[in-house]
Design a protein around this ligand. Structure first.
Ligand code: NOJ
Length: 529
């Protein structure tokens, strides 16, 4: 036994519950449907699932606008279903993580309904309010990350409230101790039920500048988002005080005997990522690395991000690697442009780096983004900004279980909440029958990781490789080679046995003089002792 915490050797899997499995034919995925699919997840070999929000919500932002943090939305099921999910997942060795959305609530949350009613309402200070400037203009220049001004006038008091996202998602005021205490209770509510931890929504945004200072203008050195908005979000996000909040979350999680996991949504530059792990690991256990997600599947680009991440994180911090999620689309499309070989190679990359891989539902079958008609879009961003931006629905279409009406996701005659994708080309049922499928590759990779301490806890070191190829060593005896180029290459200096290749016939092949790697192939080699 390594003594490493469970989440360091785990493979995590994100479920977007609305699109995973529908048990009652209403076209919306639900908890009983998910429970019925636990055997599939156990077969795949994942250790933990993170559920995008299942709490009560008017769904302006599909669950990320919460109106009750401790009630299950009826379309998903009941608290009893959650208990059953936790118990049945545990029987299969799978832990369940919830999504915690501490930055904002829904406008329909009773806290906000009270807060907006009067200047002296009991919950007034739970949100971020400001009067208009003397000339009647907005309190400051902050912009919503979803576009448009971050401030909306609230008629009853003629003051503005701040929202980093939709108008329907007012930001909470994390300077207020009562807000902090309320979230202590919310976290305990779920942790006491046996939830293994939380993915924390916009973990870098939670607290706002107390003086509500204007953001500075973007410079040409700033990232794409700052350029797009014309300003750097230094006062409405990424505040140093956010770390105080994350330390509080961590201290609470650490009161549980069974170690709980906090994984944060942290879209920040690599150099800033380390801060979210805290000092001596007293904040997040894992921080999502959006620099990696956003990099192209190019050997030099990916290697650079990984080397920078390895260098930036202190020795007690553990990376997390992901290629897809419900906001960033699916890696078989984004990284691999639909090329099945490249998608398979990317899967090897995700599962063979030092850190915890987080797969998104459908990654294991190479599910692609769908192209949706405007009238089929449900993401408020697609609805608002189409055609300039088509929103996030392309990566949220239902899980493809079978090539049949309803896709195995919902009843054949039901209308799924988002259209089904390319069922014929990518579905679980047919891939399960094919040992050469991406699904079997995913399963074999997960099993190989589990059986190979080098691949879970071993160090990472880049190796010399020809242009277009990224090679790295894990631990003492494992070498991974990812050929991102369009040419076959031969790598010298590697001898041993192929533990796994995306070209399945090669598993077990001896490597003596030079390792041949085809274009878009990825190979894992156990080197000679
Ligand atoms: C990040 C979530 O992943 C996204 O789906 C949501 O729209 C925003 N946070 C706001 O909660």
């Amino acid at each position: 036994m390594s003594g490493a915490p469970w989440w360091q050797t785990a493979v995590l899997y994100q479920i977007y519950p609305r699109s995973f499995a529908d048990s009652n034919g209403d076209g919306v995925g639900d908890l009983p449907g998910l429970i019925a699919r636990l055997d599939d997840l156990a077969w795949l070999g994942v250790d933990g699932i993170w559920l995008s929000p299942i709490t009560l919500s008017p769904n302006a932002d599909w669950g990320y606008d919460v109106s009750d943090f401790t009630a299950v939305a009826p379309e998903f099921g009941t608290l009893d279903d959650v208990d059953r999910l936790i118990a049945e997942a545990a029987e299969r060795g799978i832990k369940v993580l919830m999504d915690l959305v501490p930055n904002h609530t829904s406008v329909e949350h009773p806290w906000f309904i009270d807060a907006q009613s009067a200047l002296d309402a009991p919950k007034r200070d739970w949100y971020v309010w400001a009067p208009p400037k003397p000339d009647g203009s907005l309190p400051n220049n902050w912009i919503s990350s979803f576009g448009g001004p971050g401030w909306t006038l609230s008629p009853p008091t003629q003051e503005y409230y701040f929202h980093n996202h939709l108008v329907e998602q007012p930001d909470l005021n994390w300077w207020n101790e009562d807000v902090r205490r309320a979230f202590d209770e919310i976290m305990r509510f779920w942790l006491d039920r046996g939830v293994a931890g939380f993915r924390i929504d916009v973990a870098n945004v939670i607290i706002k500048d107390a003086e509500l200072r204007d953001n500075p203008a973007a410079t040409e050195d700033d990232d794409f988002e700052a350029q797009m908005f014309g300003q750097r979000s230094v006062y409405n996000a990424n505040r140093p005080e956010v770390h105080e909040v994350l330390r509080r979350f961590r201290a609470l999680a650490d009161t549980y005997d069974e170690p709980r996991l906090l994984i944060g949504e942290t879209p920040v530059p690599v150099d800033d990522l380390a801060r979210y792990y805290g000092n001596g690991s007293d904040e997040l256990h894992l921080a999502f690395n959006f620099n990696f997600i956003n990099a192209p599947l190019d050997a030099a680009a990916m290697r650079t991000i990984v080397e920078e991440t390895e260098a930036a994180l202190p020795s007690d911090a553990w990376p997390a690697w992901t290629g897809s999620n419900h906001d960033m689309f699916r890696f078989p499309t984004r990284w691999a442009q639909g090329d099945a070989d490249k998608a398979r190679a990317a899967l090897v990359m995700l599962l063979c780096l030092r850190g915890t891989p987080v797969l998104y539902q459908g990654d294991e079958i190479g599910q692609l983004d769908s192209v949706l008609a405007h009238e089929d879009m449900r993401d408020p961003l697609g609805v608002l900004y189409y055609p300039a931006y088509a929103g996030r629905d392309a990566g949220r279409t239902p899980m493809q279980w079978r090539a049949a009406p309803g896709g195995g996701f919902t009843d054949p005659e039901a209308t799924p909440w988002l259209p089904l994708g390319d069922l014929e080309d990518h579905n679980v049922e047919s891939q399960r029958k094919d040992p050469n499928s991406m699904l079997h590759l995913a399963r074999d990779l997960i099993a190989l990781r589990r059986a190979t301490p080098d691949l879970t806890l071993g160090d990472y070191a880049s190796l010399a490789a020809p242009e277009g190829v990224w090679a790295w060593r894990r631990g003492a005896r494992t070498v991974v080679v990812l050929n991102c180029s369009d040419e076959a290459v031969t790598i010298s200096g590697v001898s041993g046995t192929i533990a796994l290749s995306t070209h399945r016939g090669r598993d077990g092949e001896a490597v003596t003089s030079g390792l041949g790697v085809s274009a878009a192939e990825a190979v894992v080699v156990t080197t000679a002792a």
